[in-house]
Design a protein around this ligand. Structure first.
Ligand code: NAP
Length: 237
């Protein structure tokens, strides 16, 4: 059955791969990012018709509310939500600027809370599924990523708690925690050194994370789970 899927951060990287896979499965996609042209271009590139690309900064409540008003008016009720909008501002805590700390927390953590709040309202009568994108760094911690790690660890607590709040409405909430994935976010890393810490010996691809997201969206008896998609990285961290 074709459902309406909303993917925040869907213009690039992991969110784009999720959008592609969901569109291949016949779902209608609304994907959002700050850059409107980027969102629209990705929406147009998806298989199938009627996909939509919108501009929205997830860290701003007004923009999230407006986006859901547009989605509901033009496309109907949301069944799937994927929160893949995220940023990093990696630095040791002593060198982190408070405006960067706030940007990371507001985008990665508050942003997902705001989109979940709006989407869950949509799902109350017919059920639905949410997948938040966390990180292996949220599970394990990493020097130089205190704030990013806190934003992702916060998402885990949020995911488990919201799963408990909305289970009686047949709304499931899970989290995928990727390791090192080939996207713009990791483009600056020294790959040769980084792969030595990964048991499977390579970075993951966005499509490999998308597979796990699809699995959780479509698995009717899984909720409140944290699924690592990291080539075994967490085993050595
Ligand atoms: P990416 O390629 O940089 O893509 C990030 C996406 O988020 C883009 O579509 C970007 O579009 C959007 N975005 C950023 N800030 C936003 C905001 N305030 N409001 C709305 N959209 C926003 O990064 P990625 O690697 O795919 O990351 C996706 C998620 O996976 C993030 O949460 C990241 O933390 C997580 N993750 C990534 C890795 C990895 O190795 N790549 C590992 C673990 C976890 P605009 O710039 O146009 O807004």
């Amino acid at each position: 059955m074709s459902r309406l899927a909303v993917v925040f951060g869907g213009s690039r990287g992991i969110g784009r791969a999720v959008s592609q896979l969901l569109a291949q499965r016949g779902h209608r996609i609304v994907l959002l990012s700050r850059n409107k042209e980027g969102a629209q271009a990705t929406a147009q590139s998806l298989p199938g018709e009627n996909h939509l690309g919108l501009s929205c900064d997830v860290s701003k409540e007004e923009e999230v509310q407006k986006a859901f008003e547009t989605i509901n008016k033009t496309c109907g009720t949301v069944a799937f939500l994927v929160n893949a909008a995220g940023i990093n501002r990696d630095a040791l805590l002593l060198r982190s600027k408070s405006e960067d700390m706030l940007s990371v927390l507001h985008t990665n953590l508050l942003g997902s809370m705001l989109t979940c709040k709006a989407a869950v309202r949509n799902m109350l009568s017919h059920g639905g599924a949410v997948v938040n994108i966390g990180s292996v760094v949220g599970v394990k911690g990493n020097a130089g990523q205190c704030v990013y790690s806190a934003s992702k660890a916060g998402l885990e607590g949020f995911t488990r708690s919201l799963a408990k709040e909305v289970a009686s409405r047949n709304i499931r909430v899970n989290l995928v925690a990727p390791g090192l994935i080939h996207t713009d976010m990791t483009a600056g890393l020294e790959e040769a050194a980084a792969v030595r810490t990964i048991p499977l010996g390579r970075f993951g691809e966005p499509a490999e994370v998308a597979q796990a997201v699809l699995f959780l969206l479509e698995s009717p008896y899984i909720t409140g789970q944290i699924l690592l998609v990291d080539g075994g990285l967490q085993l050595l961290m």
